[in-house]
Design a protein around this ligand. Structure first.
Ligand code: ZN
Length: 172
């Protein structure tokens, strides 16, 4: 997905995460989600983030290629361990980073290229229904997510359960 879509999905993730109580309303927790939603594309020298930190993006790209280990669950597990037990990062920051990171992986999961979720196993996984990066489908998906988030926030989360159950049935 495009940078703007990742950032929008990250912002929606932050809203849902605060509402659900997974992170606090502190600005650094929210900032962590927004940083996390950009981080995976550090493996691409031409991505919005990669262009700004070429000192990292170029070697990572040459070693692992785009959508390698930075688009896997392993890096989230290792990253969380490193942040919480090695750097003693506040849990809200670490959780925010992980949630933002997951939002990026979820967004790339619905693209035709998929992601190597179980890296180092190189098998790529993708959603049964995919949308082309930068296409109309991407805008529709992001727009639908904005709508669902608005409904969820307005309804107060758990009270929306029947609505989301209906949606799941609709798409399964
Ligand atoms: Zn990506």
């Amino acid at each position: 997905m495009q940078f703007s879509s990742h950032l929008t999905v990250g912002a929606l993730t932050a809203i849902v995460s605060v509402k659900a109580g997974w992170i606090g309303l502190e600005s650094l927790d929210i900032l962590a989600v927004l940083i996390g939603c950009m981080l995976p594309d550090i493996d691409h020298p031409h991505s919005t983030l990669g262009r700004r930190v070429k000192i990292l993006s170029v070697p990572i790209s040459k070693l692992f290629g785009h959508r390698g280990f930075t688009h896997s669950l392993l890096i989230i597990i290792v990253g969380l361990w490193f942040l919480l037990y090695y750097l003693n990062t506040p849990p809200g920051w670490a959780t925010g980073l992980a949630l933002g990171y997951l939002s990026h992986l979820a967004a790339d999961f619905v693209t035709p290229s998929g992601i190597p979720l179980l890296w180092p196993w190189r098998q790529r996984f993708r959603s049964p229904v995919t949308v082309v990066t930068g296409g109309v489908g991407e805008k529709v998906v992001v727009g639908m997510l904005m709508g669902f988030t608005a409904v969820w926030v307005v309804c107060g989360g758990h009270q929306c359960r029947p609505f989301f159950d209906w949606l799941v049935q609709l798409f399964s």
